[in-house]
Design a protein around this ligand. Sequence first.
Ligand SMILES: Cc1cc2nc3c(=O)[nH]c(=O)nc-3n(C[C@H](O)[C@H](O)[C@H](O)COP(=O)(O)OP(=O)(O)OC[C@H]3O[C@@H](n4cnc5c(N)ncnc54)[C@H](O)[C@@H]3O)c2cc1C
Length: 523
Amino acid sequence: MQTLPNAPKTLPQSAHYDVIIAGAGPVGLFLACELALAKCSVLVLEKAGQAQSPLKQMPFGMRGLNAPSVEALDRRGLLQELQVPKQLKFPHAAAAAPGPGKPQGGGHFAGIQIQTDKVDPAHWPSRLPTATDNQAICELAELETVLARRAEALGVTIRRGLAITDVTQTADSVTVQAGDQELTARWLVGCDGGRSAVRKASGFDFVGTEPEFTGYSLRVDLADPEKLRPGRHVTATGMYMQSLPGYLILQDFDGGAAHRAQPALTLDYVQALTRRISGTDVTIKALHLASTWTDRARQATTYRRGRVLLAGDAAHIHAPLGGQGLNLGLGDAINLGWKLAATIKGLAPADLLDSYTTERHPIGVRVLDWSRAQVAIMRPDPAARALYAIMRDLMDMPDGATYMAGRIWGLGMRYPLAGAHPLVGHSAPNFKLTAGPTVGELLREGRGLLLAFEADAELQAWASEFSSRLRYVAGPAEEPLGLRAVLIRPDGVVAWATAHAVDTAELAVAASPWLLAKPERPG
Ligand SMILES: Cc1cc2nc3c(=O)[nH]c(=O)nc-3n(C[C@H](O)[C@H](O)[C@H](O)COP(=O)(O)OP(=O)(O)OC[C@H]3O[C@@H](n4cnc5c(N)ncnc54)[C@H](O)[C@@H]3O)c2cc1C
């Protein structure tokens, strides 16, 4: 058996790793980091031999991150390693961003841009001046590079060019077939994308709606680029978007037929398509890159079957309109990582792992519906055009712009945790202590956080019972929002908060769904 940096001493004979992750996409890699941070041994198996692809690089690889993703990366010190967000004042993304002229930021719904100057920030009083950005842009290639580097530094083994083809599980372990090898772990997480082999081999139901269009990502040389306007344009037959000259995204409302049929994407095919969708006689001189995708929207009915879990596109697929899929997947990873690690270490209450589905599945439902709603008003028919015009008017009003921004930036996201304080279940405000650190910085080691804005011996004594999983920090904050203390889970979600004298009995009840006082048998 190979020696693993984080391998627990008590590994059963049958299980070499705590967790095998299928897929070294952004979600699989972020999950690997989370598990390794909690001292689990992790093997990532990736089908592709090469990490890089032109579709992961700018401008096609440009991905919008919402507030929960920006916070998640900040809470693990990963945001700071990404160069692209630092350049969003950045010329390349400025050129690549949709819309004529300078990028407006803020995001869009069905191509209708949010007017950020109409958004009312008072709607989110817990977004402190020290909050991370509501949005950022990243490059998929860079994000994966940074995550893979962190994962390997934490002891994760990543093996590329090995596709999982079959899965079998027993009460104690999961075995995967990959190439001519059989590999065993205690747990398996399928982060292997929309066509997930893990999902199919493990019997998950994947339900939803069929596509209305085929989407195309094209890199071409145009003889007459001025015939296509820059930015995003809904037309009589679909939608086209030109980010940089020759970098095109098209939507053809063919019911997804072309994506299913996988026609040869020749220059003639692409030219005829581009002319039909754009309503111009533009001429394509050379075709460098072409790929298709759809708005098929499906979701696994549960994210766990026995010892197999799903995260990211393996658990849910939908149109990339408005950029939500990566955000959804990163949110899955930071929700699942600490729960699975606690289960492996025997430190999880019985229902903790199943709360991954309970908390994340409804978020997926909302995102799939958000994507369907956009498709519904983009259809090239008179009723959809009429609805589109009404939506544009509503988004032009402050209340409309604020509602849409809240949804797109992910600011209203809340898990159904029990607790009286309105912050419970929400992402923790990024409190900054007068001594220096922010909540984001205090969460970087992946432990929970009990933050007392006045030193409290009783709280400190309570927290000391859980010191391997909970950090106690006391001191005044620049803006404590009227709170005395707040309990924050490892993923940055508020589990308990009080503005009054601390009641440790109430605190213990709030912590009980995730902080187990005495270790149980390892999972
Ligand atoms: C044009 C476009 C624009 C988008 N824009 C945005 C955006 O702005 N914001 C946003 O949030 N999202 C966006 N998305 C969606 C986002 O890119 C995906 O949701 C995200 O990449 C999913 O990550 P993942 O790790 O779950 O899956 P993937 O990125 O698909 O990674 C899965 C990995 O698993 C590997 N794999 C597959 N099968 C196997 C197997 N059998 N065994 C082992 N490995 C396997 C694959 O090779 C791949 O590396 C966009 C998508 C598209 C197509």
